[in-house]
Write a protein that binds this ligand. Structure first.
Ligand SMILES: NC(=O)NC1=NC(=O)NC1=O
Length: 173
């Protein structure tokens, strides 16, 4: 899909296509539509990220709270979004053994209790060994720093999803 096609989309089509670039936050796509025309993929992405950055802390934390846990209940129940399932499968999180799943559930619970939002990481840039390691490392971070780190991961996920949608090759981000 090229940027001309994106710029020609009406509101409904745009939100249908880009509504889950940021997991379960179609509001962001609904807002970004107003910024068309976009000069290219980077420009489109810039508007998604600018919306996030302009939110108050409660809004940024709200974005994180819309993310399903890695290898959590929604994965077990089969209620993940298509994008999330693909990302979690790609990181090997759909084939964990009971011990690995329990360990992640414990760590996710500790993380959420400490920060008030779920642990978010771009699963496509990770794997089943790295996820618990990263979770343990980030558990020890200061809340303000961790909020910044988590949102950077949301942007990595968004970057990869946009690249998929526009058929671009994701940068090393
Ligand atoms: N809690 C999460 O990090 N969730 C996710 N990471 C991804 O890459 N996709 C997700 O759904």
């Amino acid at each position: 899909m090229d940027i001309e096609k994106v710029n020609s989309m009406d509101f409904g089509e745009f939100v249908d296509v880009f509504g889950n670039v940021i997991e379960r936050c179609p509001l962001i796509a609904a807002a970004v539509w107003s910024q068309r025309p976009f000069s290219n993929l980077e420009d489109l992405e810039k508007h998604f990220f600018a919306f996030i950055d302009a939110l108050p802390q409660s809004g940024r934390e709200g974005i994180l709270r819309c993310h399903p846990d890695l290898a959590g209940r929604e994965l077990q129940q089969g209620t993940l979004s298509a994008e999330s399932l693909r990302e979690q499968r790609g990181a090997g999180l759909t084939s964990l053994d009971a011990g690995e799943r329990l360990r992640l559930a414990e760590l996710n619970g500790q993380y959420r209790a400490r920060f008030g939002f779920p642990f978010v990481l771009a699963a496509r840039r990770s794997d089943r060994a790295a996820v618990p390691r990263e979770l343990e490392r980030r558990l020890r971070c200061a809340p303000a720093q961790e909020l910044r780190t988590a949102l950077a991961e949301v942007k990595k996920i968004g970057h990869l999803r946009l690249a998929d949608l526009l058929g671009a090759h994701p940068a090393g981000l």
